[in-house]
Design a protein around this ligand. Structure first.
Ligand code: ADP
Ligand code: MG
Length: 699
């Protein structure tokens, strides 16, 4: 395999554009991609023509605008390139207009009340900054998706808006530091993706996995992850073959798949790509998840992307590594070598500190989902409390700036920014802290709350916007200072910001019980569940933030809140219904059948001339009878609660809390009874594969 040759071979990327477009058009495209300039239709026509020729040469017959509606998955509508020609034949055609804008019937996508159902039209608009690519003989064009009135109906539109907001404010700051060469600034993202692989035949026997992506029942197997023998362990041949195949598919799509290893839980793995601009990283992460599923099936495996596929076993997340890069490649969150660079670094750093403190709720809700509620705060993922890990050294530096005291032996007098060189900051300041939701790792922040199946968009929208806001207030203040007072103003601003927001910094163990009390004392938010977090989306301060930076209109923010809450209710409804289905149609019949066998065996033993001992069988029989009755009545109760909720026409916020407070406890109670029965049933009489088979049987 010639990797450099296959890398990006299915992507209409920079090199394809360079060789296929005229010089003027190529340069116009480049300006659009790098600096967000708009493209005129003449140029779009030439790009479309070149794109089509390139795609048809590679076997493509169709094109599709590819977008990310609020369903959580991607959407596409394929159209062929054919167009009738005069002689009764056809030609392959693709116009600039078709490239730039598409129309699709959007009535079935969630809009959270933004569109009345009869207004079926939605529009897709090309995002020229994310390359088009070929998959399944189709040219995919990454697009944004909005309503007739221009309201965002997708995840890409607000992400692009938030990137623009961040760019605007970063440029103001860079100009203040006298930098006139940088033309634009963009957030970069590298997303580590965790997933499980299980045998496809076993998967097919579990309705819960099929309908909900996670096991809703399942007793603990004799072995878990206690031996730590899976983490970074030797990769099994079948998994190895999957990873090789996956890498190849991703490389063809221009995705920089880099690191693959076994994760902590049995059957759990991770893939990390090299970082890239945030919107492309978001698109590519969606493609990566899709490819993982597809490639797994080729290997007789099923890829589980759910946050918590197995109770009692660590679930899966997605680490959103985030930084701010000038288009020239300079990382603004990298400690510098000169006093001025260091001051700039510290200013960006405290901007992030302020942003995360002021908008803890938005970051928390960006990772809120029914699936992720099983992980956060359960000692396998960060707590539901947002805090920042800076490491001891950086914290000590900021402390010394705040208190105007000496920092270690390196500085002879109190640190003053822009005057003194900070001590060299090593890339990894301190030991890894895996328990922090938001850790500084030398030149980037790693947000570790995101769930494995979620889009990266929301997290990056919130991060970009909140940091843009902090930088905006900094620029407002610093622009007022006279040039000769700049260093003093900067020094004061950093000191004050750190002092006001340092409560968000926590370098200790986030899994520790004591942290919860400490966080409360500091006044930090602890939003334990999805409804608790998501209702905050429309708090006045948040609506104002979105409006200030034109990321969401108030109507858009409200609709999004409702869509997320409604989605949460739907997920729980499907899970609860699946539990009822499995209990009534698989578990109870299996238990009753076995009870029958036990009872006849007991009868037979006792009917003989000399009755045989059967105490063991009687005990199991009694236990199973009791558990089956309990399961049956708990199943009735769950069904009754579901029925009542179905008839409830309250808004999505009220319903979401009812699902959390009434349905989840009823689900847990039912599971408990069924799992207890599983532990005394014969393996071959249990209707579905158990945890042992699912987790340990892949060769
Ligand atoms: P670890 O988290 O184990 O230290 P790495 O340092 O290799 O691993 O980085 C993890 C992820 O962070 C990778 O996807 C990497 O590309 C990404 N990353 C590195 N630098 C940046 C950056 N400046 N911006 C965004 N992501 C980055
Ligand atoms: Mg990491």
């Amino acid at each position: 395999m010639n990797i450099p040759e296959i890398f990006g071979c299915n992507v209409f990327d920079d090199s394809a554009m360079k060789s296929r477009l005229s010089r003027g058009v190529y340069e116009a495209m480049k300006r659009t991609i790098e600096d967000g300039r708009s493209l005129d239709l003449g140029i779009a026509n030439e790009v479309a023509e070149a794109m089509k020729d390139w795609a048809v040469e590679r076997g493509a017959t169709h094109f599709t605008h590819w977008f990310q509606p609020m369903t959580g998955v991607t959407a596409e509508k394929h159209e062929s390139f054919i167009s009738p020609s005069a002689n009764g034949k056809i030609i392959m055609e693709f116009s600039g207009r078709e490239l730039v804008r598409g129309e699709s019937d959007a009535s079935s996508f969630p809009s959270g009340g933004l569109r009345a159902t009869f207004e079926a039209r939605g529009y897709t608009a090309w995002d020229p900054t994310s390359y088009a690519f070929i998959k399944d003989d189709t040219l995919y064009i990454p697009t944004a998706f909005c309503s007739y009135g221009g309201e965002a109906l997708d995840k890409k539109t607000p992400l692009l808006r938030s990137m623009e907001a961040l760019n605007r404010q970063c440029m103001r700051i860079l100009r203040l530091f006298g930098d006139s060469s940088v033309t634009s600034v963009r957030p970069t993202v590298g997303a580590e993706q965790e997933y499980f692989l299980i045998d496809a035949d076993l998967y097919a026997k579990r309705p819960d996995l099929i309908f909900t992506g996670r096991t809703l029942f399942g007793a603990k197997p004799p072995k878990g992850a206690e031996l730590d023998d899976h983490y970074y362990g030797t990769i099994k041949p079948r998994v190895q073959a999957f990873m090789k195949d996956l890498d190849e598919e991703l490389w063809k799509l221009g995705i920089l798949a880099k690191t693959e290893h076994n994760e902590a839980a049995p059957a759990q793995h991770e893939l990390a790509p090299v970082f890239i601009v945030a919107n492309t990283a978001t698109d590519q992460n969606q493609l990566t998840m899709e490819m993982m599923r597809k490639v797994a099936r080729r290997h007789g495996l099923e890829c589980l992307l759910h946050e918590k596929p197995f109770q009692g076993v660590s679930g899966s997340g997605k680490h959103n590594n985030w930084s701010i890069n000038a288009v020239s490649g300079e990382n603004l969150l990298k400690p510098g070598k000169t006093p001025r660079d260091n001051a700039r670094f510290l200013l960006f750093l405290v901007a992030v500190v302020k942003a995360v403190d002021e908008y803890q709720d938005l970051l928390r809700l960006s990772a809120a989902s029914a699936g992720n509620d099983h992980r956060l705060g359960k000692n396998e993922a960060p707590p539901a409390i947002v805090s920042i890990f800076l490491g001891d050294e950086l914290t000590a530096i900021l402390d010394s700036i705040e208190s105007r005291s000496e920092y270690s032996a390196a500085a002879e007098e109190p640190l003053r920014l822009g005057v003194h060189v900070l001590p060299k900051l090593p890339r990894d300041t301190t030991d890894r802290n895996r328990t922090s939701p938001f850790a500084f790792t030398g030149n980037k922040f790693e947000f570790r709350m995101v769930g494995s199946s979620e889009s990266l968009a929301c997290t990056n929208i919130m991060l970009n916007t909140a940091v843009a806001d902090a930088l905006c207030s900094f620029a407002d203040e610093l622009e007022k200072a006279a040039p000769e007072d700049f260093n003093g103003a900067l020094d004061a601003l950093i000191r004050r910001t750190y002092s006001e927001h340092k409560r968000i910094i926590f370098n200790g163990n986030g899994y520790n019980e004591a942290w919860i009390a400490e966080a409360e004392r500091r006044g930090l938010l602890n939003l334990a569940s999805t409804p608790d977090a998501v209702v905050r989306m429309t708090d006045r301060k948040n609506l104002d933030l979105f409006a200030r930076h034109k990321v969401y209109s108030e109507a858009e923010a409200r609709s999004r809140r409702d869509i997320i809450l409604d989605h949460y209710c739907k997920i729980l409804n499907i899970e609860a219904q699946t539990m009822v289905y499995m209990t009534r149609r698989q578990y109870l019949p299996a238990v009753w059948k076995y009870e029958g066998e036990l009872a006849s065996s007991v009868n037979a033993k006792q009917a003989g001339a000399v009755p045989l001992p059967c105490r063991g069988q009687e005990q199991v029989l009694a236990k199973l009878s009791r558990l089956a009755d309990t399961a049956s009545s708990r199943c009735d109760r769950l069904e009754a609660r579901l029925g009542k909720l179905r008839a409830d026409s309250s808004g999505p916020d009220v319903r979401a809390f009812r699902f959390k407070d009434e349905i989840i406890p009823a689900m847990e109670a039912l599971r408990e009874a069924v799992d207890a029965a599983e532990t005394v049933m014969p393996l071959d009489a249990w209707p579905v594969p158990d945890y042992g088979a699912l987790l340990f049987c892949t060769k």
